[in-house]
Write a protein that binds this ligand. Sequence first.
Ligand code: PBG
Length: 326
Amino acid sequence: MYPATRLRRTRQADWSRRLVQEKTLQTSDLVWSVVVSDTADPREPVAALPGVDRLSLKALAEAAREAEALGIPAMAIFPHIDPAKKDEAGREALNPDGLVPQAIKTIKDAAPNVGVICDVALDPFTTHGHDGVLDGDYVANDATVDSLIQQALIQADAGCDVVAPSDMMDGRIGAIRDALESAGHHNTMILSYAAKYASGFYGPYRDAIGSAAALKGDKKTYQMDPANAEECLREVELDIQEGADMVMVKPGLPYLDIIKTLTDNFPVPVLAFQVSGEYAMVQAAAANGWIDGDRVMLESLMSFKRAGAAAVITYFAPRAARALNG
Ligand code: PBG
């Protein structure tokens, strides 16, 4: 009881605040999301993501060396594909010499100690912008899973360390795990986008990979309803049973309750994705002088740690690493 208890005592000095700090944010908590393009030469700005460029393979190699020098553990690759290579079925996703396999090799050559994470989903490769193949207007589950298996195998063959299915089809984690085991890729990890919501916060990403104009309709028949919390327990339970090594919550900041629910319930690493719209909001407000951009960046990243996340995928990774490394 006050005055015996005064919670401000430990807050009075920098040293005592540091001493009682519950959570820490370190460079080792960051995954750098990068957009690689087969048309950028060597870089092309993305209007909706100020500070993020689409990178050529050469620029990607430089970024990988930068990640290694900064101590960022891993990079997550998102491809911007020449529209001429897109089709209804997203066949370019299954090209073993395509942009993503080349990007994997580029990072591994430039910075062998940086982990490579790849999205498994068809949306960068389809003319309609959906994550799978269509049956009428519906994204066909099992036919899509067949393609995702091939896509994941091609990524693993190219040297990808972590395949990250972001498509939200049912049963794909088990199917991909089986295929990886049969192909001898016992150590390829699976990061499941387990609790991925049908969100407006992905807008700038769809611009970055060039699927925004193309997307017909929305993704509500496969991504989760923002109204649902309990359902994340079922999604994650299934994905762990099917062989996921890590799970992801996406978007991040508007879904901190989901991160907390999962970390309270499952002893599995939970990663948060600070998605494009979250990044864009911080950048836009900072550019207007309405918030201190660096401060809000670090505060939002810390909030993921507070909720229990093991790591955060973010477009801020190099900037945050520089801030944290002092
Ligand atoms: C789709 C995918 C999306 C993102 C990553 N993978 C968007 C979507 O589901 O439409 C979003 C990333 C971001 O917004 O930063 N497979």
